[in-house]
Ligand binder design. Structure first.
Ligand code: CAA
Length: 383
């Protein structure tokens, strides 16, 4: 068993760490408070090879292995979950899906635009009546000559207003459940697509773009279908296998940020004439947090290693997402408590970590969905 990162993985980790520290973290508080994503970071992520991280070089990607891309997500997650979230959706859910399932024409048309950051992508699965139960989507795809008409609505679509390309999941027949679902590549100049910001103020990820998208007589050519008719659900699930790994890695980043903040605070802050870190209860909190984050990190790296080895990784990815997001949520909760009144304010970043981590526990399959995936494998389904 070799736990050493390769020289190339170490290089990518340090590139991502420097970028996160020097260029992402300093903007995170303002982005969170204004709700404005620092758009120039998209170009910087393209220059650094992160935007097309796992995509092949022939399409402008950096051909990173899964471990390397997890390291990038971890470092970005430590600095700003809105930035990491944009990247995970764009690279893992959208570009990765096109690379895996697209025709040569689709790959040649879209991947260079996506890896260079000229276009941003979004992944349109979630609907008002289909969140956890993804096979229950109501958006319809009706064949009409050489094209399809899409009708329905999608919610909580990350990058939805920014995106120039959307992967849209729609059903040709609801009665077929998952077997009726098809995936389509829809460009943003399509007149049948209307986009708006999600109503309300989000708990976390406040610099992220979350859209409500409506499709009305949205005509797409048959050639816009990704994969075969009826293959859409598998495409959606395969994308989520990749995306969930990025979310899990981002959660490790949040957990690490909480740990770093608590260690610093335990050294600096004095009460009752002693450093906080000299109280055993504080030591226990920090030690438990460190063990939790170390375990989460190993689960993430192991799942990524399985992906790189070409082995089935769905279960390992679900374990990693479940454990890492829950561990980081515990860490963020303890961090706010340890910082006391300061932790309750945006003056210190632990407050933002505490809000952001709830998103990671929910999106790309909430914790209970990961538990379902794991339990089904262990117990099997009722016959
Ligand atoms: N890879 C490939 N195929 C898979 C798969 C995977 N990981 N998981 C399941 N499948 C296949 C199954 O093999 C099965 O195929 P067959 O018909 O050939 O047997 C088919 O898909 C149906 O599988 P299930 O019976 O397991 O389907 P289900 O309806 O019971 O649902 C579920 C399973 C895991 C609960 C799924 O519904 C799920 O993941 N739900 C959560 C959805 C989710 O994560 N949504 C988040 C969307 S993105 C987002 O959050 C926001 C954003 O902007 C990105």
């Amino acid at each position: 068993m070799d736990f050493e990162l390769s020289l190339e993985q170490q290089r990518i980790q340090s590139l991502a760490r420097d970028f996160a520290n020097d260029e992402v973290a300093p903007l995170a508080r303002a982005a969170d408070e204004t709700g404005e994503f620092p758009m120039h970071l998209i170009g910087r992520m393209a220059e650094l090879g992160f935007l097309g991280g796992p995509i092949a070089r022939e399409y402008g990607g950096a051909a990173m292995d899964a471990v390397s891309f997890a390291l990038v997500c971890e470092e970005l997650g430590r600095a700003d979950s809105s930035v990491r979230g944009l990247l995970t959706v764009h690279a893992s859910l959208v570009s990765g899906c096109i690379e895996q399932w697209g025709t040569v024409e689709q790959k040649e048309r879209y991947l260079p635009k996506l890896t260079s950051g000229e276009w941003i992508g979004c992944y349109c699965l979630t609907e008002p009546e289909a969140g956890s139960d993804a096979a229950n989507i109501q958006t319809t795809a009706t064949a009409d000559g050489e094209s399809y008409l899409l009708d329905g609505e999608k919610i909580w679509i990350t990058n939805g207003n920014l995106a120039r390309l959307a992967i849209v999941f729609a059903t040709r027949d609801r009665a077929e459940r998952h077997k009726g679902i098809c995936a389509f590549l829809v460009e943003n100049d399509n007149q049948g697509m209307r986009r708006e910001k999600m109503p309300g103020v989000e708990l976390g990820h406040r610099a992220s773009d979350h859209a409500h998208i409506t499709f009305e007589n949205c005509r797409v050519p048959a050639s816009a279908m990704l994969g075969e008719p009826g293959e859409g659900f598998k495409i959606a699930m395969s994308a989520l296998d990749r995306g969930r790994l990025g979310v899990a890695a981002g959660a490790v980043g949040i957990g690490q940020a909480c740990l770093d903040a608590c260690v610093q605070w335990a050294r600096e802050r004095r009460q009752f004439g002693r450093r906080l870190g000299d109280f055993q209860m504080v030591q226990a909190t920090i030690a438990n947090m460190a063990a939790d984050i170390a375990a989460a990190r190993l689960l993430v790296y192991h799942a990524a290693w399985l992906v790189d080895a070409g082995r089935p990784a769905t279960q390992a990815v679900s374990s990693a997402k479940l454990f890492a997001t829950e561990a980081a949520a515990r860490a963020a909760s303890e961090a706010v408590l340890l910082y006391g009144n300061r932790g309750y304010s945006s003056e210190y970043p632990v407050e933002r970590y505490y809000r952001d981590i709830k998103g990671l526990q929910i999106y790309e399959g909430a914790s209970n969905i990961q538990r379902i995936i794991l339990a089904r494998e262990l117990i099997g389904r009722e016959q």
